[in-house]
Write a protein that binds this ligand. Structure first.
Ligand code: NAD
Length: 420
């Protein structure tokens, strides 16, 4: 079923797409852009919504709703993860596909933007139900995706195992082995070394680069979200040894220890108990309290719309590294800028994941696989070059990193439109 009207804002939620459009428009206003080009850049190329019937262990059939939104392919095949979450909706997937478009453009990788999702709480499914759902999703989108058109990847609650099932399903439908149709696969099925930690590692490169050019009063860090992005970021940061992680949260609550948390121990604790709370002698805090802690660096690494006009004035961190997609609303962003908080925007800060997904796609296409060191070095080079461009532009024009990132991406897209 094609989505016709755009009246698909999620119930009880700030529209993430409207928010992303506001950020985009704020940047677009600063450059000369024709209204027809603007319209072209803000409409998705294709939006599909479909049902996935799954035979549950009980023998009954349950129908799940899935989405794939392909936003823009001006710069290359579209790219974006698949999210499994009860709050997934068309508005959220569209916003994430829109963000992917600009993220790929400023990351200097030859991809457009897309995103997908299923409305589901995967924790309520057995392993066989989860496999059937993942294969069902792929069966529905297979006619629209592929290594030269649209390449999915993991996102919230999806991982290498789910990518393995999806890749296998795609290969069966295509009648050939096509590892480049999906990234974030296990290594043995053509995954790239370093992809599992890439979003966190990219965030570390971003933090280290920014810390060279701004004056950070201290080195304390609070991280919201302890999944793929947040926990890998924390683990690598601990090894770097230059910062002290004093607070972490997940969906069940948060913990705080002014002396610093032992992250390796916390990862073991999360694995065995399924939560970060009740950890050693740390103090229990709420997710809201974590955001407002008196720390130097705040790292939202969970969901969207976490920093809003309600709490933006209470954010004390000088630096905010957006590992999550869309964690700051447009209004909050303006308050933070006015207050002197420095926001390193999602479309740059969490681009490590899509950059290494691009490396995986290159390796799959050439059937030549790189060492972990090569991947690490290539990611470091991309993140530092991309930050240099971002920093120089925002310094020259006295604008935020986010506006600078959007302007650079929009200019690139306008050039592509003109040349085409
Ligand atoms: P994940 O499913 O691995 O982890 C999500 C984490 O957030 C979990 O620890 C969960 O408990 C926590 N969480 C959920 N609700 C929370 C709340 N209200 N307060 C605090 N914590 C909460 O997902 P992920 O892959 O780490 O993705 C996290 C964010 O990073 C998302 O916005 C995603 O789009 C973005 N991102 C991920 C990747 C990637 O490669 N995985 C790449 C780019 C961006």
């Amino acid at each position: 079923m094609e989505i016709g009207q755009k009246n698909h804002k999620c119930v009880g939620n700030t529209s993430m797409f409207e928010n992303a459009l506001e950020e985009f428009s704020h940047a677009a206003e600063k450059i000369k852009i024709d209204s027809d080009v603007l319209e072209m850049l803000t409409q998705p190329k294709r939006a599909i919504e479909f049902s996935i019937p799954v035979k549950m262990d009980s023998g009954k059939i349950k129908v799940f709703i899935g989405y794939r939104i392909q936003f823009n392919n001006l710069l290359g095949p579209m790219k974006g993860g698949i999210r499994f979450h009860p709050k997934v909706c068309a508005d959220e997937v569209e916003a994430l596909a829109f963000l992917m478009t600009w993220k790929c453009a400023i990351s200097d990788i030859p991809f457009g933007g897309a995103k997908g999702g299923i409305v589901v709480d995967p924790k309520e499914l057995s392993k066989s139900e989860l496999e059937a759902l993942s294969r069902g999703y792929m069966a529905a989108v297979a006619p629209f995706i592929g290594p030269k058109t649209d390449i999915p990847a993991p996102d919230i609650n999806t991982n290498a195992q789910i990518m393995a099932w999806m890749s296998d399903e795609y290969n069966k439908i295509a009648g050939q082995n096509e590892p480049a149709a999906i990234t974030g696969k296990p290594i043995v099925l053509g995954g790239s070394l370093g992809r599992d930690t890439a979003t966190g590692q990219g965030g570390i490169f971003a933090l280290l680069e920014v810390a060279k050019v701004i004056d950070l009063p201290g080195k304390t860090v609070a991280i919201q979200g302890f999944g793929n992005a947040g926990s890998n970021f924390a683990e690598i940061l601990e090894k770097e040894g230059k910062f002290k992680i004093v607070a972490v949260s997940d969906s069940k609550g948060g913990i705080y220890d002014p002396d610093g948390l032992d992250i390796s121990e916390l990862i073991r604790h999360k694995k065995t108990t399924g939560r970060v709370s009740r950890f050693n002698n740390s103090q229990e805090i709420t997710g809201e309290e974590l955001l407002e802690l008196d720390v130097d660096v705040l790292v939202p690494a969970a969901l969207e719309n976490q920093i809003t006009k309600e709490n933006a004035d209470k954010i004390k961190a000088k630096l905010i590294i957006e590992l999550a997609n869309g964690p700051t609303t447009f209004e909050a962003d303006e308050i933070l800028f006015k207050n002197g908080n420095i926001v390193v925007p999602d479309i740059f800060a969490n681009s490590g994941g899509v950059i290494v997904s691009y490396f995986e796609w290159v390796q799959n296409n050439t059937r030549h696989y790189w060492s972990a060191e090569e991947v690490h070095e290539k990611l470091r080079e991309k993140m530092t070059c991309n930050f240099k461009r971002l920093f120089e532009y925002s310094e020259k024009h006295n604008i935020s990193f986010r506006t600078s990132a959007y302007i650079q991406a929009i200019e690139k897209m306008i050039e592509a439109v003109k040349l085409k």
